[in-house]
Design a protein around this ligand. Structure first.
Ligand SMILES: NC(=O)c1ccc[n+]([C@@H]2O[C@H](COP(=O)([O-])OP(=O)(O)OC[C@H]3O[C@@H](n4cnc5c(N)ncnc54)[C@H](OP(=O)(O)O)[C@@H]3O)[C@@H](O)[C@H]2O)c1
Length: 269
């Protein structure tokens, strides 16, 4: 665990999928479980969070009042109402994972706090998250090692300018879903061609894992990697030309653009 995190009290407001991914990373890196207080409204699910060793309460106000850092992990829809339940302290760090919600809007809603926003992703669950963050105008440079320490416990961290955060959201935040979708399509295609479903799942899973490892090599380029598998006139070339002819490339860019606009819309709700 980053030294700068030691002794900090953390409140995780809305500890659902993303909150738990970040909390698990922190716990795995040695963060003291009893320094983390998690909230959510559903009593049974809240109680099950206690299994992580963290403190739990349905009371956002109580959780936030004692915290040095408030990790806002609720959905962006209706966030203004939820934030009213917090009891912010001057100088408290508020790190929001909410898609679309601007740091300026959070600073107005939580005056006196030091605000940062981030866009994490769920591979954080296995310590392989890709987390981007931006500081609000209220956040001084001492916030940086704390934000990077929290996010770095479950993945790689990149500082980005806030203006590109919605684009980052549809790149790395939503990105794992695109890969799972591709896996789904590949399995469906394989099964349609007669491969046993269990074998198809294994073939696809190991193929994507191996391909991701190749892509993760220093200097790896997806185009060059793809070309290395594509002999002119061969089998892969036939599949790739079918995909290109279907307009999938343009469709993908359009769909990501629609997602980016949705991020901005959600924050208004
Ligand atoms: N999932 C991803 O891949 C991903 C990636 C990047 C960013 N994010 C961001 O992460 C945030 C959460 O997404 P998620 O996928 O983790 O959703 P989620 O699993 O639904 O988590 C949200 C949690 O907030 C709780 N909650 C809602 N209102 C609350 C309130 N007023 N007080 C306390 N807790 C409340 C919900 O539990 P109760 O219903 O029990 O209250 C739920 O557990 C979103 O803002 C999203 O933009 C998600």
């Amino acid at each position: 665990m980053a030294h700068v995190l030691s002794g900090l009290k953390l409140a995780v407001i809305g500890c659902g999928a993303m909150g738990q991914a970040l909390v698990r990373g922190l716990l795995g890196s040695g963060f003291n479980a009893t320094d983390i207080t998690c909230t959510r409204r559903d009593p049974a699910r809240l109680a099950s969070l206690a299994g992580l060793g963290v403190r739990v309460t349905p009371d956002n106000g109580a959780a936030s009042a004692d915290a040095d850092v408030v990790l806002l992990c609720i959905k962006p829809q209706g966030w203004r109402e939820a934030v009213l339940t917090l009891r912010p302290r001057p100088g408290q760090i508020v790190l929001s994972v909410m898609a679309g919600v601007r740091t300026q809007a959070l600073e107005e809603a939580l005056p006196g706090t030091r605000v940062a926003r981030c866009m994490p992703n769920t591979p954080a669950l296995v310590g392989a998250g890709m987390h981007a963050y931006s500081l609000g105008a209220s956040a001084d440079p001492t916030v940086v090692p704390i934000v990077e320490g929290i996010l770095g416990a479950s993945g790689t961290v990149a500082a980005v300018v806030e203006g590109i955060m919605d684009a980052v959201t549809v790149t790395s935040g939503s990105g794992p879903a695109y890969l799972f979708y591709l896996a789904e399509l590949m399995i469906e295609g394989s099964v349609a061609l007669g491969v046993d479903p269990n074998l198809a799942r294994r073939l696809v899973r190991e193929t994507l894992k191996g391909a991701a490892e190749l892509l993760a090599q220093p200097g790896a380029d997806p185009v060059a990697l793809r070309q290395a598998v594509t002999s002119p006139g061969g089998v892969t070339a036939k599949v790739m030309s079918g995909l290109e002819a279907s307009g999938v490339r343009e469709t993908f860019v359009r769909a990501m653009d629609a997602g980016k606009r949705r991020a901005a819309e959600l924050a208004q709700t």
